[in-house]
Design a binder for this molecule. Structure first.
Ligand code: IMP
Length: 428
């Protein structure tokens, strides 16, 4: 297998975790390169559901090396709980299976508090973040006040860095956000020093490891989190996450050169969902939206929030394919569309009566953009047991072919249910 980047083409929750798990038997390593525990990658194996927030989705395969790369922001408590949960379920038997970058930034409790208080302060303009401290941690990284994993695992460095940063955080929290209970430097240090001692054994120069793996021509999977619609630069700003969710994020977040990437596999649901606030031109507020929400069990795997549901947005996906250099697509949750008389897909946007040639840049335009649809016949058959493209109902085949034609890349993998086994590859 070649080196493949897995990217969400919509607004996250496309089923990237399942796709990574399916492709892992052909990979030597799976690498997370951005985001943090705002992600929730769900794997369902023999009826057992497991949600991973930080550990790469290749972890259920013993021989696969799992790398948490430089560009990830790590909440050490969440990571330790995840490691312990995996170990007690019989996974991650060898410590060497997991490596965490020394350069990854650490999420501290003040990041979480700042994230939550900012959301409160924004009131009706809240972004609807996951409240996990992701944005404030990336802010510190950019302003060069971050504390990295390499500092966390070194008691002296941790103490020094906290002494530099915490008084300023307490002041900011109190004066700007009205926080009444400052963080005690000693308590944060004691708690995080304990986490550091635990994580020290996993903490490594992951870039050096990647350089070696690329040099040996090993197969790597780069597991994106969130989706292109949430990209800091290219998404529906300011309703975005704080990292680069496009394939370019692999270069910066894992530290590999562009020529090390052979393929970009874009993952999309057969319809669309979004959690949190922000533009969603194909959103449905009717019985069809309810159908998708209920049948697709559309609740956020990190926050449990109800996901907003709508028709697939091919106009956006075509743009996401361009931004990511996507070469193939995986379509997930196709089974959820069964039972609908008609299915719609956005093939353009209209703004103030004019057809757009690309999705808008400004949030004001995003909010006014209206989707232009093409309508397809639906199908009633249950798809969960289908194992070949040619066995899909004809209407379903036509729908998928229209998706490929519009977006401009082939669909190579189709998922028809939450279970690992419910999928098939497209025949040549
Ligand atoms: P943050 O990443 O917690 O700052 O949240 C920013 C926006 O991204 C919010 O709308 C979140 O709901 C959304 N978001 C963050 N991570 C995910 C994800 O993994 N799936 C779907 N939406 C996400």
């Amino acid at each position: 297998m070649s080196n493949t980047v897995i990217i969400g083409l919509q607004w996250g929750d496309e089923g990237k975790g399942k796709v990574v798990d399916l492709l892992t038997p052909g990979a030597d390593a799976v690498v997370r390169f951005q985001g943090g525990n705002n992600a929730g990658h769900t794997l369902v194996i023999d009826g057992q559901k497991r949600v991973l927030h930080l550990v790469p989705s290749g972890v259920l395969h013993e021989k696969c090396l799992c790398i948490v790369g430089d560009g990830v922001v790590v909440d050490p408590k969440v990571l330790i709980d995840e490691i312990e949960g995996l170990k007690s379920a019989g996974f991650l038997k060898k410590q060497a299976q997991l490596c965490i970058s020394e350069k990854s930034h650490v999420i501290f409790p003040y990041h979480v508090r700042i994230d939550q208080l900012w959301e409160e302060k924004r009131g009706t303009n809240a972004i609807g973040t996951t409240g996990r401290g992701i944005g404030p941690c990336y802010e510190d990284k950019i302003s060069r006040r971050g504390i990295r994993m390499g500092d966390l695992v070194d008691s002296k460095a941790l103490k020094r860095r906290l002494a530099e940063v915490l008084p300023e955080k307490n002041e900011y929290l109190e004066k700007v956000l009205g926080n009444k209970t400052p963080f005690s430097e000693n308590e944060v240090y004691e708690q995080y020093n304990t986490y550091g001692r635990y994580l020290k054994h996993y903490c490594q120069d992951t870039n050096g490891i990647l350089q070696k793996l690329v040099g040996e021509k090993r197969s790597l999977l780069f597991e994106g989190a969130q989706g292109v619609g949430l990209d800091l630069d290219h998404g529906t700003y300011p309703f975005v996450t704080s990292s680069s969710t496009v394939s370019g994020g692999v270069m910066t977040g894992a530290g590999v050169p562009p020529r090390a990437i052979d393929e970009v596999l874009g993952v999309a649901k057969a319809y669309a969902t979004r959690v949190g606030r922000g533009p969603f031109p194909t959103e449905l507020h009717d019985a069809t939206g309810e159908h998708l929400q209920n049948k697709g069990a559309e609740f956020g795997s990190t926050t449990g929030r109800r996901r907003r549901c709508g028709w697939i947005d091919l106009f956006w996906m075509k743009h996401a394919v361009w931004l990511t250099g996507c070469t193939r697509m995986a379509i997930t949750k196709l089974d959820v569309l069964s039972g609908l008389e008609n299915i719609k897909a956005a093939v353009g946007y209209q703004l103030n009566g004019k057809k757009l040639t690309a999705p808008p840049s400004r949030i004001e335009d995003w909010e006014k953009a209206e989707a232009v649809y093409e309508t397809f016949s639906g199908w009633s058959e249950n798809l969960e047991k289908i194992t070949r493209f040619s066995a899909l109902p004809k209407a379903c085949q036509s729908y998928l072919k229209a998706v490929e034609d519009f977006v401009g890349v082939p669909i190579s993998l189709i998922s028809v249910g939450p279970e690992r086994s419910a999928h098939f590859y497209r025949e040549a």
